[in-house]
Design a protein around this ligand. Structure first.
Ligand SMILES: [Zn+2]
Length: 93
């Protein structure tokens, strides 16, 4: 039986970082929605500067309108019926 000489493996605690050289980004393009794109995507018009009514329910057309997602852990989104865990487009509370 002949053994083929293997290169020595050097074990370290350093993370392996592949050196592929610098990457060059050729271009980046940013844009914003236009007026008509925003109107097509809109779910609710917010024109009240209030959060909750006296019964602690979020106001329709208010800053926490339920069409924009649940306002708390127990609420649901009235647009997609999602909860805080699975609704899209809602930040964590
Ligand atoms: Zn939703």
């Amino acid at each position: 039986m002949t053994r083929i000489a293997q290169p020595l493996i050097q074990f370290t605690k350093q993370p392996y970082i592949e050196d592929v050289g610098p990457h060059k980004i050729e271009s980046i393009q940013f844009s914003t929605f236009g007026e008509f794109e925003i109107l097509k995507a809109v779910e609710v018009q917010v024109y009240r500067s209030v959060y909750y009514d006296s019964a602690k329910k979020s106001w329709e057309n208010g800053l926490l309108d339920p069409h924009m997602g649940p306002a708390n852990k127990n609420g649901i989104c009235e647009t997609c019926l999602g909860t805080l865990e699975n609704v899209q487009g809602t930040t964590d509370i």
